[in-house]
Design a protein around this ligand. Structure first.
Ligand code: FPP
Length: 234
């Protein structure tokens, strides 16, 4: 099959806006939290495929600053899932020499969960093969304002380069490709500074149904694109 072949140009950094968990559950007459649980299975599958293909960095928009406004039951279900799965991710990523990083303001999270997340970040910090980066209580505007305030405090003028060093992503390459699942066409406050030259890809597939077929389609689409960064083809 055409999409079984690995394209010769793969992104260094691929970022996912994982949308569609709620609809996946609602279609099955299940509470929304079941969609999130199914979505975690996709995270594990996607990480496995991406790192297996040699992609260096995978970012996942797991909890936005706006998600806090969801009903308490759903927020608590998301926290419970994180508590359950971060130790599992940690084990799997350690086995694969992958580092776990987090961007966002996790000070809002319950203390127990913060400790679990910190442990996963700390224990995996020497991972050399790749980075699995979770956006948690993340909003791009808040990230930019935070960086601006650090700059103001330092009293030094910033350049594009030095400003990007004040963002959560300072140690990561810019995302080459941002993928949103679930059929909506927006970035929802995700990596707005970093996405200046990212390729964007929108998939109709709901996140829990997303898998190897969709990833290979997207990677083949990406490989066929010409990235000019505002210049013209030589
Ligand atoms: C968007 O779907 C998805 C989220 C708000 C949360 C994504 C979180 C996970 C996949 C699990 C996180 C867990 C860990 C362990 C990191 P939606 O609920 O907005 O879907 P809808 O648009 O169909 O309503």
């Amino acid at each position: 099959m055409k999409y079984n072949s690995v394209p010769d140009r793969i992104p260094k950094h691929i970022a996912f806006i994982m949308d569609g968990n709620g609809r996946w559950a609602q279609k099955r007459l299940l509470p929304r939290k079941f969609g999130h649980r199914e979505g975690v299975k996709t995270i594990r599958k996607v990480a496995d495929i991406c790192f297996g293909l040699g992609i260096e960095c995978v970012s996942l928009y797991a909890f936005s600053t706006e998600n806090k406004e969801r009903p308490e039951e759903e927020v608590n279900a998301l926290f419970a899932l994180m508590e359950e799965y971060f130790p599992k991710f940690m084990g799997e990523m350690l086995e694969n020499d992958v580092r776990i990083t987090v961007m966002g303001d996790v000070s809002y999270f319950p203390e127990r969960l913060r400790a679990i997340i910190s442990e996963a970040v700390e224990k995996s910090k020497n991972g050399k093969r790749g980075v699995l980066n979770f956006a948690l209580n993340y909003g791009s505007r808040a990230e930019i304002v935070r960086a601006a305030n650090i700059a103001v405090k330092s009293g030094k003028q910033v350049t594009e380069q030095s400003f990007s060093q004040l963002l959560y992503t300072s140690e990561l390459p810019e995302p080459d490709l941002i993928v949103r699942t679930g059929g909506e066409y927006r970035l929802s406050n995700f990596m707005l500074y970093q996405c200046a030259y990212s390729e964007l890809c929108f998939s109709q597939t709901l996140w829990p149904d997303f898998g190897k077929k969709q990833i290979m389609e997207i990677l083949n689409d990406y490989a066929a694109r010409e990235r000019r960064y505002g210049k013209i083809k030589q």
